[in-house]
Design a protein around this ligand. Structure first.
Ligand code: EPZ
Length: 422
């Protein structure tokens, strides 16, 4: 079990290259199931979650390897065991996105129902509803979803909206399954996240016929087969947003490369309101602070709104603002495991239902804290960079799930982070 020891406060300065997007790479890796043969995916980050999905694809029959240049090579000529085991699926909920491709390719699948999650209730009822609309028969047996489509899937108009708006991986699952269905599928209330746009780009490069990409209405004309291809995933906008906050919370200056500002409009809007300056630059941007520490309110929403995956990180920043801020979490109303830990660092945060009221403080103070989930742990790292003293963060395996070598990237621009095994 690794821990981080982080000295603060520091002022960051330098350049960081943003890794490929975890949340684009995962469904793209699953989409290779739809075709037989070797696909090559470029820019896939070296993360624990990627390893879990690579392992899962291996248990289905695929051959997954990393080339010397880091490209991920996935050979799905053989998919002879369409079964997503509990022991793997429980490690990573995104494993659910093999369900649609397996149904599309094999006409059957057995995938363990994902269990509980630190960020709150995360049912998969919309995934199941959408696949049933395409003609699949799905029932639950001892915690496993048994899915069959003996006569193949059939295109249809499907409404995929849920109680919190669109679903990202739900859209991915239905879109992937529909590529090999008979006839045309229209997904209404589809997720518009850049990761879904990237997945659609990959599918179309394999020969799929998807239109309306980036809009809430996706149209997928089913085809007989898809062909393996080579593809580069987009940069990780959540990692980029995390480092934008790192520059701001340390009053530093960071150049971020391989990040697409067009995918971050709502994030930039909120950060600029707080006094962060984001200047476009070649293949990315330069992030500084205009000296102010303005308070601000924000509400998380489906894309193009403010992403829930940056809520915790911006909370750490607003904890040091002049004045009161309110954050409203509209996607995962219970996603506040970081609140108590930030309060241990002398922040002044109060949870009220799906909101947190933030009374800005002059400074944060180091303390031993506990990481609970991926983005909460990123917020603790950011707070520790600004806090006075040595912060100890336990369970950093959470952060390794979604940030590639974060301590090396931050130490290269002036942080003082040591990783220790205990
Ligand atoms: C994706 O999860 C991301 N994960 C999450 O990032 C991200 O927080 C989330 O989208 C929202 O942006 C990946 O892409 C691998 P949803 P996903 O289905 O697809 C409810 C990270 O930190 N819902 O869009 O699982 C659900 O409970 C991770 O990298 C249903 O009710 O999220 C939630 O309230 C964490 N029924 C809302 O919809 C369903 O069948 C949005 O969830 C599906 C979802």
């Amino acid at each position: 079990m690794d821990i981080f020891k982080i000295e603060g406060p520091v002022r960051l300065s330098g350049s960081i290259e943003i890794s490929g997007s975890k949340n684009a790479a995962l469904p793209i890796m699953a989409a290779t199931i739809l075709t037989g043969g070797k696909s090559v995916i470029e820019g896939v980050p070296d993360l624990a979650d990627i390893k879990v999905l690579a392992n899962l694809l291996g248990t289905l029959g695929a051959d997954v390897s990393r080339a010397g240049n880091g490209d991920l090579e996935i050979d799905t000529t053989v998919i002879d065991n369409p079964v997503g085991e509990y022991d793997i699926v429980r490690k990573m909920r995104a494993s659910i996105c093999i369900l649609g491709p397996l149904l599309g390719r094999c006409g059957r699948a057995e995938v363990s129902m994902p269990g509980g999650c630190a960020i709150g209730d995360r049912p998969v009822d919309i995934h199941v509803r959408g696949l049933r609309e395409l003609g699949a028969e799905i029932h639950l047996e001892n915690g496993i979803m048994i899915a069959k489509a003996p006569n193949g899937l059939k295109g249809k108009r499907i409404f995929l909206g849920g109680p919190f708006g669109s679903t990202v991986l739900g859209t991915a699952n239905i879109m992937m399954a529909a590529t090999l269905a008979k006839g045309t599928t229209t997904i209404e209330s589809a997720a518009c996240e850049p990761e879904i746009t990237d997945l659609a780009g990959f599918l179309n490069k394999m020969g799929a016929k998807i239109t309306g990409i980036g809009s809430p209405r996706l149209t997928i004309e089913g085809v007989d087969s898809l062909t393996p291809t080579r593809y580069r995933v987009i940069g990780d906008r959540i990692e980029a947003g995390t480092f934008m906050v790192a520059a701001a919370i340390t009053s530093g200056k960071l150049e971020l490369t391989n990040c697409c500002l067009d995918d971050m409009v709502a994030v930039i809007d909120v950060l600029e309101n707080i006094g962060v300056v984001i200047e476009p630059a070649e293949s990315g941007c330069i992030v500084t602070r205009d000296g102010g520490r303005k308070a601000a309110d924000l509400t998380t929403q489906p894309y193009p709104g403010f992403p829930t995956d940056l809520q915790a990180q911006v909370m750490a920043l607003l904890a040091l603002a002049d004045g009161n801020s309110v954050i409203t979490e509209k996607i995962f109303p219970d996603r506040f495991m970081h609140v108590a830990e930030l309060n241990r660092m002398a922040a002044n945060l109060r949870k009220e239902g799906p909101c947190v009221i933030i009374a800005g403080v002059e400074k944060l103070v180091a303390a031993p804290v506990m990481a609970s989930d991926l983005r909460a742990s990123a917020a603790l790292v950011l707070a520790a960079l600004a806090a006075e003293g040595t912060t100890m963060i336990n369970r950093v395996y959470h952060i390794d799930r979604g940030y590639e070598r974060i301590e090396r990237k931050l130490n290269a621009v002036g942080a003082k982070i040591t990783r220790q095994s205990i």
